[in-house]
Write a protein that binds this ligand. Structure first.
Ligand code: PLP
Length: 406
């Protein structure tokens, strides 16, 4: 992390001692000494524009004061600063959704003719966007199946502009060796972008493993209460300058959503502690259930994956996938018998949710593509909330009992 420029917006935040840990940074990292009139909880700066300090302000012209909320607003700069500190980046910017952040990164970095190498197991919206850009703007896209993702050196055999990674992957929660991928990518001159939505900076910090940019759907764990849409990009100075220059793409986070996100970030560390322990508890409690064919959870994919998990993760998260022995025909009974866990898309909130990837996030894929990704028709993806873990295990067990094959 480099020192901020003397005029950088980072100078506006109260500096914290270097010894401060992430949980404390989450609470105090976005304090603005000059603007809050002493309020412990920051106000919502519901304004589109800001008064210039003088009729024509040199400072505004050079971007050192706030003048327009598409570029900068205290309600969004605070949570952006907290995320910058947590991920260990030089700069951070917030967007109206995760896809807003992802679009801004891709449209900032790519030129026609560039080659992008992306994992096959990405969030479906990212894959759709990459395929669309490839078809319409002459981007050369290579999608890497999970089996080949174990040998990045073999995949990255020529000049590449962007490598796009996700770990844990969605929905089968397998892991990608981020350090090995970034080393191989940098050897062919590529910038590495990691979607860190599932892990959060509490469990994994890709910039510290060599990545150049991190993106988040802040709609998920960072927002944490299923009540906002937001996206974030955090990264090294040079690629972030490219992303900043694309503020004209026009998808900034709204001040009210920024306020909600800042409020949620204060509890991220304690929420992740619970998500991590519930994830581990549910994965091991359901592994032997007769209605379950397989449990997917980071590190359960064998000794190599366990070694990757230990090397790059501080916690395994609250996402668990179950493959039901009864396949698709077991789903209606299983889902109908859940009383706490609710069937819905999205993840990362305080309430537990369950989805069927083959029918929701991955419904656009053909049967062959689903099979290639290990997504069988009876696979369900659980996002465990912060309820009492024993209640969650009981709810899931009772619904699985009901769905036992005859
Ligand atoms: C891993 C991942 N990245 C990005 C996104 C897109 O984020 P949003 O829905 O906030 O646009 C999602 C949404 O589900 C996601 O799961």
């Amino acid at each position: 992390m480099s020192e901020p420029e003397p005029d950088s917006p980072r100078r506006r935040f109260e500096p914290l001692p270097a010894w401060v840990s992430p949980a404390t940074r989450l609470v105090h990292g976005g304090r603005l000494p000059d603007l809050n009139a002493g309020a412990i909880s920051p106000p919502i700066y519901q304004t589109s524009t800001f008064r210039y300090p003088s009729a024509f302000s040199e400072a505004a012209a050079h971007g050192t004061v706030r003048f327009y909320s598409r570029i900068s607003n205290p309600s969004t700069d605070g949570p952006a600063e907290v995320l910058r500190q947590l991920e260990g980046g030089d700069a951070a910017r917030l967007f109206a959704s995760g896809m807003g952040a992802i679009s801004a990164v891709l449209l900032s970095l790519l030129r026609s003719g560039d080659r992008v190498v992306a994992l096959q197991d990405l969030y479906g919206g990212t894959t759709d966007l990459l395929r669309d850009l490839a078809a319409r703007f002459g981007i050369r896209l290579l999608e890497v199946p999970a089996a080949e993702a174990r040998s990045p050196e073999a995949v990255l055999d020529g000049p590449t502009r962007v490598v796009w990674l996700e770990s844990p992957t969605n929905p089968t929660l397998s892991l990608v060796d981020l350090r090995r991928w970034t080393e191989a990518a940098h050897r062919v001159g590529a910038l590495v972008v990691v979607d860190n939505t599932f892990a959060t900076p509490i469990n994994q910090r890709p910039l510290g493993l060599g990545a150049d940019l991190v993106v988040h759907s802040a709609t998920k764990y960072l927002g944490g209460h299923s009540d906002l849409l937001a996206g974030a990009v955090i990264g090294r100075e040079a690629p972030m300058r490219e992303v900043d220059a694309r503020s004209a793409l026009g998808a900034p986070l709204d001040p009210f959503a920024g306020f909600l996100l800042g409020r949620s970030l204060k509890t991220l560390a304690v929420r992740m502690e619970r998500h991590n322990s519930s994830g581990a508890a549910v994965a091991s409690a359901l592994a032997g259930h007769p209605a379950v064919r397989a449990v997917h959870y980071p590190g359960r994919g064998g000794p190599d994956e366990e070694a990757v998990a230990r090397a790059q993760m501080d916690g395994r998260g609250g996402m668990v996938a179950l493959s039901l022995r009864g396949g698709a025909s077991a789903l209606p009974t299983f889902l109908a018998h859940l009383r706490i866990v609710q069937v819905a898309a999205s993840l990362g909130g305080v309430e537990s949710l369950i989805s069927v990837p083959a029918e929701s996030s991955h419904r656009h894929l053909s049967g062959t593509e689903l099979a290639a990704r290990g997504i069988d028709p009876g696979l369900v993806r659980l996002s465990l909330g912060i309820e009492e873990p024993t209640d969650l295990v009981r709810d899931l067990r009772e619904a699985l009992d009901a769905a036992l094959p005859p």
